[in-house]
Design a protein around this ligand. Sequence first.
Ligand SMILES: C[S@@+](CC[C@H](N)C(=O)[O-])C[C@H]1O[C@@H](n2cnc3c(N)ncnc32)[C@H](O)[C@@H]1O
Length: 299
Amino acid sequence: MACSRLNPVFNLAKQQARQMMIKRAATIGIDWPQEVANLCARGGEMAFSPQWDAELAAIANPSLTYPDYYLRPFHAYEQGNLSWEAATEVEVAAHAVHARIWPDAGAQGDARLRQSYHAVVQAQVSQPPQEILDLGCSVGMSTLALQGVYPQARVTGVDLSPYFLAIAHYRCQQQQTQATWIHAPAEATGLPTAQFDLVSACLLYHELPQSAAIAILQEARRLLRPGGYLTIMDMNPGSAVYAQMPPYILTLLKSTEPYLDEYFALDLEAEIVEAGFLPPTVTANSVRHRTVIAQVPPL
Ligand SMILES: C[S@@+](CC[C@H](N)C(=O)[O-])C[C@H]1O[C@@H](n2cnc3c(N)ncnc32)[C@H](O)[C@@H]1O
């Protein structure tokens, strides 16, 4: 097992990785504790607004069975993605993690990463999609960013964490945007066949064991209309950044990402073709990210 709860080296690495992120947030002007406190309070008097639990109850699918691979610690959280602590820290963590992709980006790094992804998508997807599905939508950062690029489209976000989805719903209300949030595994969404023009998986694949990654390709194929597009943006296993990363930093990274080795070893392009798509294009959209785009054969 790459990252064991019983392995003290990995446990130490996890704590260090977390502290590194909090410090990095401060260097780009993000007050991590304050941002999290604001979100928890929802602008109210109480430190943790009771509305969050109501929101959670409304969005959670009580009959969902979580896949075992999802119930492991992720990102230095013992409960993985299934806690308020993880959910309320997603946004600040994303800003910290993406701050250094471009040396001058700082707090704009996350937005710039998403723009670089969408630029590749817009260059290759000829018709603006009307129905968009965001798999592994988390707290809605990727979903709402896609909505910004395609304002005429209906967007749906699917995620396994009801805590993350509750925050997505809140952000969506704040921005007065319409989106549908579904608590389901991306490999079995329960959504109708051929409903979507574009299925996006942004920063999802590095969090998946290979069996789930392949099952999600098959589900995306089912959900897309003829001629529709699957777009995947994630870490680029071929990037020199990872090849040249000091072993200690790579250990830190793997301590918070239990399926990174499986992701790096997956032949994604071959599996995409195996799932019934046309051969994909692969475009580097940052020094360490790639965008993979595959079309369902048109009728
Ligand atoms: C790193 S986050 C990426 C979030 C978001 N797309 C973004 O770009 O900010 C990965 C997300 O995938 C979700 N996830 C992981 N496995 C999943 C699965 N099998 N089905 C649905 N969601 C999943 C996690 O809960 C998490 O919210």
